[in-house]
Design a protein around this ligand. Sequence first.
Ligand code: F6P
Length: 345
Amino acid sequence: MTKKRIALLTGGGDAPGLNGIIEAVSLTLLKQNYEIVGILDGFEGIFAEKFLDVTEERVRNIHCEAGTLLGTSNKMGTDGREEEFLAKFAKLGVEGLIAAGGDGTFAGLSKFRDKVPLIGVPKTIDNDLSGTEITFGYDTACSVVAEAVDALRATAHAHKRVILVEVMGRTAGWIALGGGLASFSDVILLPEKPFSKPKLLEFLKEKQKTQRGLVLVVSEGAHASGEEVLVAHRVKGSPQEERYGGIAERLARWIESEMGWESRHVVLGHLQRARTPTTTDRFLTLGMGVTAAKLAMAGQWYKAVVYREGRITSAPIADVMGPARRVNLDHRWLDFASTLGIFTG
Ligand code: F6P
């Protein structure tokens, strides 16, 4: 009897926990005698027909490693190559596809409804996907930020300096807010809350009277009111072409020139995606991977595995394809920040 086959793909920017999804999905399916076709490098693997035969030996214990065994890419969508995609996908002879990806991955696949049976596992360190309260990788990214701020505080105090830490997140400030709160940072600047430059200066001047050094967490998409977000570079053909960056350095120079307080900046960049997943992210990916595999075996396609009200569950895939889920200005975490005297704009 020929074995049932399911394809597995990781797409978009990597996030700590992708290997946990791969291990949990694979072990669940392999135990039920399924074959798994691992598609390499996201959509690129379909077009170039690059696959990995997923075996238990290959996936055992990869959950604690960052990156993804299957490789990924956030450079390419499926636009303009739909027929080629469908023809090459059909050749795989699989019942359907489990894809761990972000908005770009799901947007690229959404047009193949009824042709590519799909289970989506929402993934991004940015935590900004709609339809789920948390995405795996976010907790690890916040830990990287918190550890960096806690470490940088020592050198900021030693030198009587301001240090601005730029963090990822695109248009959403979840990483800045989560990492900034976890490290009791002095200032947290979010894209959702354009900040007042005069008020920031006033805050810093007050702080300078009592504190030797300061650490500010700045989201890459943050900007002063009336100013534009800074675009560092563009990636042509990517589902999201603009990559943000540069605000921490810009603000460091501005603080020095406005008030003479020596300032430095640190861009945490891809360190936020490169750390081995935290226990929280491991639990999340273990549960999400098992759930995705069970949905596939039950033939419940066009579902996403989501986290709602404290548990992992499933929802229509369209739920995770909505506009970015950004920080609400009445979110309780912002209230925690203002109660603690943290400047947020
Ligand atoms: O979506 C995750 C993310 O890490 C963003 O926060 C960041 O702006 C972007 O990816 C960086 O992408 P790249 O890997 O192309 O530099």
